[in-house]
Design a protein. Structure first.
Length: 203
């Protein structure tokens, strides 16, 4: 809850500290999803506010407030942005603006359920996102059954500049699966330098 509004959020941590809380901006409200019943979308583009942590969390992290809103993480080496599930599927996906702003690593935590041929759609969406704007996309998806008859079918992925370089299992009984890839951020920079010049005039 932030200002008494309930958001669906990703929380980014490092070494017991919360780096930022990113509320979902584009909701899933179709098919089996009824997100708007519970959550409000964050509509303040590129705006960040101060979030006062609940006292029990303050005791764990030692922080009183953390950034909350539409923001990214800038480090000495790179810039990391987040998408949440359905945001990848939206024509106005946050990765578009983030890519144009120089975010090099996009991350997505999803709860995307299984339907025939949908895994292929996800691959195409992520390949297309990173083909157009360059970048590395780290996609994580829930895997397993969620109470009822819905199956979430994993397929975690690592994609760089339109190429899938690692792919997790779609069906498995393992509780945890980690997929990895060693990539060079310079490949993103040179790809963008050569192919993604959004400000170049078309002659
Ligand atoms: N939970 C979500 O946001 C999922 C939405 C998306 N359309 C999907 O099925 O993957």
């Amino acid at each position: 809850m932030h200002h008494n509004v309930r958001y669906n959020c990703r929380v980014l941590f490092l070494n017991r500290k919360i780096l930022l809380i990113r509320p979902k901006m584009l909701m899933a409200n179709h098919g089996i999803y009824r997100e708007m019943r519970w959550f409000s979308p964050w509509s303040r583009l590129r705006q960040v506010e101060e979030y006062f942590l609940p006292r029990m969390i303050q005791e764990v992290t030692g922080q009183d407030t953390v950034p909350f809103g539409d923001c990214v993480l800038s480090t000495k080496d790179t810039c990391i942005g987040t998408e949440i599930c359905a945001e990848l599927w939206n024509p106005n996906s946050p990765h578009i603006q983030m890519g144009l702003d120089g975010v090099e690593i996009f991350t997505n935590s999803s709860a995307s359920h299984h339907e025939l041929r949908k895994a292929d759609q996800r691959v195409n969406l992520i390949k297309s996102a990173t083909t157009k704007s360059g970048g590395i996309y780290l996609y994580a998806n829930q895997r397993g059954c969620d109470g009822d008859r819905v199956y979430y079918d994993g397929c975690a992925m690592v994609v760089i500049n339109g190429d899938v370089v690692a792919h997790g299992a779609q069906f498995s009984l393992d509780d945890v699966e980690v997929i990895t890839a060693t990539l060079d951020l310079e490949d993103v920079r040179s790809y963008r330098g050569e192919l993604c010049q959004p400000h170049m005039e078309v002659i």
